[in-house]
Design a protein around this ligand. Structure first.
Ligand code: ACO
Length: 326
């Protein structure tokens, strides 16, 4: 059987660190409040001359190098992002030219914090169907540019970064075992960016209403996120006749520590198998899972045959999970 195996991981975090203490200086908040409510101590901020495609390109170069795959060997680039360089075309096209992936197709997936798993799912299915041999899957965001830095309810949560994996067609049992995608658009206004596109077009009035910024009802999002990620995690295990005892590494979307811990507890993964880096990078939306995966991989925490569970929830609402045999 042909499977899509992860043969390389890479990540890139911008250099600039913004700590909670830095935020205290311009916003009515405190390090103590942010840490106890979210588990976040600091996050990275892209430089003024860095675009989402730049972050994605650097993460991708590292993943390709680890896999030993040349850019021109890629059949496809799929990128999860909600903060691309342009409304269109896809930022994956910018990455494609940056890398010199001259034989590759390229498109973006808009599924917010679930974007990486959605992208992974599309790529793995294409490989398993025999339509591609090597695919680059990316999650990359510059969320700090769509945050209102005067809104303490939202801006403290988010950060910038990128992660990437190389998927290759292999014979055997190692690779993506299953992916599970869900959505419920009925509550999209609990977490979204209203402008600017065709519904709320760019105008002085719309800017004055701050329609360009991410909006979120934190309490509601919290509850639905915990419930949905728990269900998606269980679904991936059940689909493969496994239990949490089979999982070597749980890589959840790093939304905030309280969500992660609530989900890990419900999945019986509340121990060293749950990977956490939200304290250092905040919520980088579609980039959190591939960044965490790359850190764990480079730290030697993953060995051949390990079962990895990915699990995410985000705007849309969307939620998704994936089970991988390394
Ligand atoms: N600093 C100080 N006080 C604050 C801050 C802040 N940064 N933000 C809000 N407060 C205040 C509020 O104004 C409120 O004050 P009030 O009682 O005088 O009105 C008080 O703190 C409590 O506010 P709540 O919103 O009830 O605080 P809560 O404990 O729910 O924490 C939070 C808010 C952290 C946003 C929480 O709801 C949460 O984690 N939600 C999940 C949202 C999330 O993770 N979104 C990420 C995107 S979706 C995803 O990735 C899954």
């Amino acid at each position: 059987m042909i499977r899509a195996r992860i043969t390389g991981t890479g990540s890139y975090l911008p250099e600039k660190v913004l700590t909670n203490f830095d935020i205290e200086k311009f916003l009515d908040t405190s390090d103590e409040w942010i840490r106890t409510r979210t588990g976040i101590s600091e996050r990275r901020i892209a430089a003024d001359d860095e675009n989402t495609s730049d972050l994605a390109t650097k993460a991708s170069e590292r993943a390709l190098e680890m896999a030993g795959v040349r850019p021109e060997e890629l059949d496809l680039i799929v990128m999860g992002t909600i903060t691309g360089d342009y409304p269109w075309p896809a930022t994956a096209c910018v990455v494609q030219v940056n890398l010199g992936a001259v034989n590759s197709g390229a498109y973006d997936v808009s599924a917010a914090c679930s974007g990486f798993i959605y992208a992974l799912s599309a790529a793995a299915d294409r490989i398993q169907a025999g339509n591609a041999k090597k695919i680059l899957v990316i999650g990359a965001e510059i969320l700090t540019r769509i945050c209102d830095w005067k809104d303490r309810n939202t801006c403290i949560l988010f950060g910038d970064g990128a992660g990437a994996v190389v998927l290759e067609a292999v014979e055997g049992e190692n690779g993506v075992l299953s992916t599970h995608l869900h959505a419920d658009g009925s509550q999209l206004e609990l977490l979204y960016q209203p402008g600017f596109s065709t519904k709320i077009v760019l105008s002085v009035e719309a800017i004055e209403r701050k329609e360009q910024y991410l909006k979120m009802e934190g309490n509601e999002v919290f509850k639905v996120a915990v419930r949905s990620m728990t269900e998606a995690g269980k679904e991936a295990l059940a689909a493969n006749n496994m239990t949490s005892a089979d999982v070597s590494l749980f890589v959840p979307h790093q939304a905030n520590l309280r969500i992660l811990e609530a989900v890990a507890k419900r999945l019986k993964l509340m121990d060293e198998r749950t990977y956490i880096n939200v304290d250092r990078f905040g919520n980088t939306s579609g980039a959190t899972i591939p960044i965490a995966l790359d850190e764990a991989n480079r730290a030697g925490r993953i060995k051949e045959g390990d079962i990895l569970l990915f699990d995410a929830f985000g705007g849309g609402f969307t939620w998704a999970s994936a089970l991988v045999r390394w």
